[in-house]
Each structure stands twice: as C-alpha cells, then as structure tokens.
Design a protein around this ligand. Structure first.
Ligand SMILES: [Mg+2]
Length: 210
C-alpha cells in the first residue's frame, strides 16, 4: 500500500533558474568585485574552478566552500537573498500537493540544505521530511542507496514510497533500483510511457487513479 510521495526539487517543484543565477551570475559577480576583474573574465575564472572540482565531489554543492576558496566576503545567505525574487514554483505545484495531501509528502533533493530552505520557502509546510542527499547523506548523486536511506529514515518499506522527479537516472532509474515506485517528470514531452508525466497535476491524477 502506497503511503509516501517523494518529490525532487529543482526542475520538479521549482524551476532551475534560481540555482543557475546563484552559481553562474552571483558567484562570478562577487568574484569580479572582490578581485577587480570584469564580469566575463570573472565568470570564466569561476567556472574553470568549478570544473576543476567537478560534480562528483561534495565541494561542488557547498556554497561556503566556494566563498572561502574565492575569498568572497559575503554571507552565503545574503547571496541567496539577492536572487530570491527569481525563485519560481511551477504553476501546478500547490494544486498537485493539495490533491496528494492524503499521503505523507517528502522532498528528496541533491541540493544543499541551504538551497532547499530558501527555494521551498513556505512550501516547506507541505512536507513531513526534507532530505538533502549532499547535506544529510554526504552523497553527491541520488543513487539507489540514497533512496534506501530515505525509506529507512521514514520507517517505510520501499514499496510504500513513490518518487517523482525530472532526471531520468537519478529520479527514475535509481528509485526503481531501490525498490520504490517512480514517475519520470518530463516537462518537455520528449519521452512517453505509462510512468512518464508532463507535469505534477498529471502525476497526481495518475497516483490517485491507480
Ligand atoms: Mg531535478
């Protein structure tokens, strides 16, 4: 019997625009000011440093690491705050959460906790638990082991949990491998299949009618 619905965050509940702005515009802008470069040169420098670390290391996701590495004298909360007006929930999110409110709702994201809290804002109230793969499990990707940990922490068997997200490997294949149910959210409509949905309203309908 299904009891829990787990949601990815970026690209699923919230558009990726905010995260992109923080890393690709905010961080380079601070670097430019601090080190006296123009913005394009600073951006090239900053992205070069990101690439040296790479997304397989935890530091990639860690704002404080980058602010220290670049010697930026701003609090990470203040940088997030600059772009907070750019946080965009997808339009059907609240309606879908309302429709699914009979289930326990959780978030399973690979974003660092500081991003999750800012991006979800008041939406946090909908969720019983929020899991950050990087902050809570020290895992850089949402592997099947992350989903097993989520189930264990919730005290649920994997068959009681369904995960929805917009990354085919990390939000669909990985939870299936861990024994959960999963729906692949394809907002661009590139894939089709019985477990592919175009938005969260469609996901809610599928879950409630299955
Ligand atoms: Mg995503």
């Amino acid at each position: 019997m299904r009891e829990v619905i787990s949601f990815d965050m970026d690209g699923t509940l919230v558009s990726s625009r905010f995260v992109d702005l923080v890393w690709m515009e905010g961080m380079p802008r601070l670097y430019a000011e601090r080190h006296g470069l123009d913005f394009p040169a600073a951006k090239e420098m900053v992205i070069g440093e990101y690439m040296k670390v790479g997304s397989d290391r935890l530091e990639w996701y860690d704002m404080q690491y980058w602010m220290d590495r670049f010697d930026l004298r701003m609090k990470k909360e203040d940088l997030l705050d600059i772009y907070s007006d750019e946080i965009q929930l997808f339009p059907e999110v609240e309606e879908a959460l309302e429709a699914l409110s009979g289930f326990d709702l959780v978030v399973t994201s690979n974003a660092a906790r500081e991003f999750i809290e800012v991006e979800l804002g008041s939406l946090m109230d909908w969720f019983d638990h929020v899991f950050s793969a990087t902050s809570d499990f020290r895992d850089v990707k949402k592997s099947s082991s992350v989903y097993r940990r989520v189930c264990r922490d919730l005290g649920r068997s994997p068959v009681e949990v369904l995960h929805i997200g917009d990354h085919y490997v990390y939000d669909y294949e990985a939870p299936l491998e861990a024994g959960l149910d999963a729906l692949f959210l394809d907002r661009k409509g590139n894939r089709s299949g019985s477990e592919v949905v175009g938005d969260l309203r469609e996901a809610a309908d599928l879950i409630l009618n299955s």
